[in-house]
Design a protein around this ligand. Sequence first.
Ligand SMILES: [Zn+2]
Length: 331
Amino acid sequence: MSDNSSTLINRRSFLSSAATVAVSSAAASSLVVPAQAATPIVGTQTPLIYRRKLGNYEITVLGDGYVDLPHQIWANVTPEQADGHLADAFQPAGSIRNGVNAYLINTGEKLILVDSGARDLFGPNAGLLPDNLAAIGVKPEDIDQVLITHIHPDHIAGMYSADGDVLMTNGQIYVDEADLNFWTSEAAQAQAVDISKPWFDLARQWKGVFEGRITTFKGEKDLGDGISAFPLPGHTPGHTGYRIESGGETLYIIGDAVISAAIQFANPDAAAIWDTNAEDGKKSRRTIYDVAAQERALVTATHLPFPSFGYVDKRGNGSYAWVPEEWRYAT
Ligand SMILES: [Zn+2]
C-alpha cells in the first residue's frame, strides 16, 4: 500500500469515526450523570516565576504578589477618568491591581537582584519573593549584588525580615545617592504627604541594617557586566532605571516610571500623590517611553502585569500603548 492510499484510508476512517462520535455524543447527552469525584477549585496561581534570556544572560522575573490601589492615589486623574482607562483595558472599575515584581539577572558569573519586593508591608497578597526565590532554588545568600530602583517599601523591604534578619547577606547594594539622602532626611519627611511619611523611617532602618554594603552613585553610572544606571527622577528624587545589555540584546528596567499599564501609557501625564516631583516624573516617563519606542527595545517595570516584559508603542495625541511580549516557550 502506498503512503498516499494509506493517508486516504486514514482520512476516510477519521471522517466516519468523527460522524460516529457526533451521533454517540447526542445519544449520550441524555445519560449525563454528575461526576462522582469533585475536584476542589484551587484558587491560587502557580509560583510567579518567568525566565527570559537576554543575549547570554538569563533574567528571571520573581513575582512578589500584588496590591490593589484605589483611584485616590492619582494626583491629577479623576476616578471617572481612571475607570475610563480601565474600561478601555477590559479591567474592572474602582481600583488598579498592581503586580509587584523583582528581577534576578544571571550573567553566568553572578546573580544580580533588582529590587526585592514588599515583605509584609503591602498587605496579605504581596511578600512572595522569598517563596519564589526558593522555588527556583536560589538562596538569598547566593545573590552577589542588589540594584535598587528607589527606596520605597516594595523595592527594599524584601531584603530583610520584619525582625531585622538580613536575607541578602552578601554583596554590594547600589542606589542613587539622591534617593538615599532624601529618604533619610528628617526635613523631607516633615514635608512629605502622610502616606509616605513612614517610608522615611523604613529607609533609615534599611540603611542601618545594610550599613557598609550600600554603594551610592549619581545619575548615569556604568556598573559593569553590561549594566548601567540612568536617572528617571520624579517618582522619587533618585529614581533609577537600569539598562541591561548582553549579546546584542537590551532591556530597560524602569522601576516605577510607570505604575499602571492601563492608565499611564494612555495618559503619560498621570501622576501619583506620592511622586516627589510630578513634573519631573512626567518628563522621565515620556523620555523613557520615547527611547524605548524609538529603539523598539524590551522594557519591564516593577508594577507592570506579570511577567511584565513588553514594548512601548507611540500613538497619536501624545499617548502610548503597552504591547506585552508574548509568552516565550523557549526562554
Ligand atoms: Zn513601587
